[in-house]
Design a protein around this ligand. Structure first.
Ligand code: XIL
Length: 392
């Protein structure tokens, strides 16, 4: 399995970023020189500085019909996920009838705005909510279902080869709401090997794409996490081309255990896999936009971002939607839970600021770099400011 990390995704721990963080600290100490990336700026700029990608799920209709939506998306985010338009039931609702218009438009928008693109998702089947068209659920012969899967994955991944950097190959292999149940149409017909087969097909269609298993409810220490972890270990042992694990991050009741989130991210990072938060939203604890609730939400967001930054191979945090007006939670939980970073009028909420400022906190550098940093600080403090303009 190729070992890849955030460096290959334009990720962090690049030397100039460490220097930039040190300079940020240095000017704070010196107190007299402004450093633009230490104050103000967009989420995207803050994420660049932290060396991670910050993404949002979006739709081509909103981009086409709402200039503010398009402008905000490109300004604030460095990565884009199709909220629905790269799913099977959208791309191939009937066998052999393809609809790439929305996905192509999203791809073009991302490229025009130099945003990375996550592909979401190739195989997702649940009893509850999923993206499998009815005609696929009617295929009960293993050979026919396998052929449909091969056709779909080959066509979709092939079309965007070299442009979509990462694919959620299989979404939610565990049944939602239960601890450990492998049960869906693909599992019933093909057995657990449907997962490995999907990864092999995706890898053949685009060997350069990072391939993810994406799951919800794996952010705490429990039997569900253990079963999911075991599955990933087995896939690696079988040399299945899996490169990453996506933690969806639909934290319906608030993030109560950031230490467990970090530990679970680290468990996969320690296996050499990339990890990402792929679908983050944090509804208010009660559907009531009080300052107290907004403050709890802001802290939850800071906790999630810190957990990602603490883990070497955590490369991207993706918000599931642009503003509270556009969130799927409005349909899922009802109105008033205001789960995202921007409010319905596109205004930043306390959560936006805590997300952004958490990205801007410089990481503790390795000891040798810290010593080098102190040396830089000493030089800057000693030199007369007028003869040494600082360009950050
Ligand atoms: C949701 C979309 O946000 C909705 O617009 C759509 O109706 C259903 O799917 N987990 C996932 C996402 O992996 O694909 C889901 O997205 C949200 C839950």
């Amino acid at each position: 399995m190729p070992e890849r990390s955030r460096e290959q995704l334009g990720g962090r721990r690049r030397p100039w970023l460490v220097v930039s963080s040190l300079l940020c600290t240095a000017v704070a100490i010196d107190g007299a020189i402004a450093a633009p990336e230490c104050v103000g700026g967009t989420l995207r700029q803050a994420a660049d500085q932290a060396g991670v990608l910050v993404g949002a799920a979006a739709g081509s209709g909103s981009i086409a019909n709402d200039a503010l939506y398009a402008e905000t998306l490109a300004a604030e985010f460095s990565s884009l996920t199709a909220e629905g338009e790269m799913k099977w039931d959208h791309l191939q609702r009937e066998p052999g009838v393809w609809n790439f218009a929305g996905a192509d438009a999203l791809m073009a928008f991302a490229e025009a705005n130099e945003m990375a693109v996550r592909g979401h998702t190739l195989v997702w089947n649940q009893r509850f909510v999923d993206s499998t068209p009815d005609w696929v659920e009617e295929l009960t012969d293993p050979t026919t279902l396998r052929a449909a899967m091969a056709e779909h994955i080959g066509m979709v991944v092939g079309r965007y080869a070299g442009r979509v950097d990462s694919w959620d190959v299989v979404n939610e292999p565990l049944k939602t709401g239960r601890s450990v149940i492998w049960e869906n149409h693909f599992y019933d017909v093909l057995g657990i090997d449907y997962i490995a087969e999907a990864f092999v097909l995706a890898h053949a269609a685009d060997p350069s794409a990072l391939l993810f298993l994406n799951e919800v409810g794996i952010s705490t220490a429990n039997a569900r996490f253990d079963a999911f972890y075991q599955l990933v270990v087995e896939l690696l042992e079988q040399d299945v081309p899996i490169h990453g694990v996506g933690f969806q991050g639909h934290f319906f009741t608030g993030v109560t255990d950031p230490a467990a989130l970090e530990q679970n991210l680290r468990a996969f990072s320690d296996l050499g896999l990339v990890v990402e938060i792929t679908e983050l939203d944090i509804p208010l604890v009660t559907p009531d936009e009080t300052p107290e609730n907004l403050a709890i939400q802001a802290q939850d967001y800071a906790n999630v971002v810190s957990a990602c930054l603490a883990v070497e191979r955590c490369t991207r945090v993706t918000m599931w939607g642009l503003t509270d007006r556009h969130s799927w939670i409005n349909g899922f939980l009802g109105d008033g839970f205001e789960p995202l970073l921007l409010d319905e009028e596109y205004q930043p909420k306390p959560a936006y600021e805590s997300f952004r400022s958490t990205l801007l906190v410089p990481e503790p550098a390795a000891p040798v770099l810290r010593i080098a940093g102190l040396f830089v600080v000493a030089l800057m403090v000693r030199r007369p400011r007028s003869t040494r303009p600082l360009r950050l």
